[in-house]
Design a protein around this ligand. Sequence first.
Ligand code: DUC
Ligand code: ZN
Ligand code: ZN
Length: 464
Amino acid sequence: MTHDLVIRGARVVCPGVVSECEIGITGGRIATLGRGLEGREEIDAAGLIAMPGGIDSHVHISQPSGPGIEMADDFASATRSAACGGNTTVMPFCLPEDGQTLREAVTAYLAKAEGQCLTDVSFHLIVKSVDPVTLGQDLPALIAQGMTSFKVFMTYQGMRLTDAEILQVMDVAREQGALTMVHAENEDAIEFLRDKAERAGDIQPLHHARTRPVPVEREATHRATTLAEVADVPVMIVHVSNGAALDEIRRAKARGVKVLSETCPQYITLTADDLDRAGFEGAKWVCSPPPRDTGEQAAIWAGLEQGAFDVFSSDHCPFRFADTAGKDAPGARASFRNIPNGIPGVETRLPILFSEGVTKGRISLTAFAALTAGNHARIYGLQDKGAIAVGKDADIVLWDPELTRPITQERLHHGSDYTPWEGFEVTGWPVRTLLRGQTVMLDGAPVGTPAGTHVARTKPEVIA
Ligand code: DUC
Ligand code: ZN
Ligand code: ZN
């Protein structure tokens, strides 16, 4: 059999095992894993590592972000950046604007993504209002269309749900077979600390971190896992930043609750000190939950090494510093309260974990592939993705494990005007990304026309 394409010479990271085999690709799918394969085209990947294309199951693209603030990425720039960072699928959130139904929002997001994407996309939903149309019509219809996961917030005025509302939403998840993702921070506690800080004149970016301390996340994580226990549903706790929250997850699991968890590059590499810069520059590191300290970084690393985390995502949520820093910019109006929460990271997630995890010997290649692709596919129901295995989409990323260079804004492709990791030294970079067998990144540059599509999902594995 002559394949469309054969990749030769790479060490191939298959689920649970690394193999010295060739990859035969036909019709955009992996057709054969073996030796002596024939192909009309070939890639010589000697010295490289072939991994499943990254799946980033937590990104924000073109999301409404408050008066006067626009997200820095649209679908073209976000997926270009994703592909250049070794990803082949991203999972953005669909957030309804005020007055819009969830179904109207989905229609609008699908239209924004259509024809723009260099990677595949698959949407999660955000439930910010609990009303009969959302619960009784839109969620069941959208889940049936393959949007089988949604996020609820315990923080942010206008987005947060009460415990009673979260239980109602979880009940729909149970009936319809969807996965609930929770942003776990206690809004009342944050509001109390924020008001106090502002009254004391503590308005610099550092106070974003000081007013969202670990107990705020720990308590909400306990509550979210308890609500899931009461509602009898699995739950995904997203962007876990510290050891105490992770301990709540461990305790819930020990009680038999099906809890999944996610952490992100910011919680293993950044600290609250990064927000403590002269003037307003600390705004570049404002995300929620905030980066903590080196002790909490160690606790998150221990969790990654022990397999306590299911997925490692970027929480890419890009803004332009110029929009928050100038004296007339919306984010600079008064205090840290006005800085939009989020940092760019879809292009740097994989190199950071590869360098800090694989190159430094903390995690294996197969654990890396699971944390960055395989588990995302299994958990969220992306049947054709996430593994180098016969029959899967040929979504593959080739890594040069020896390539050493720092992260710099000028080499990135996102719409932000900065990276929080400027100058961060990385050993191990993706050098070629293939989406369904077509090259979409070569040597750090985007290639080809946008052929990414929206992918409908099956029920999440924990539910099916
Ligand atoms: N939560 C996210 O998941 N992303 C950005 C901001 C936030 O609070
Ligand atoms: Zn969140
Ligand atoms: Zn997020």
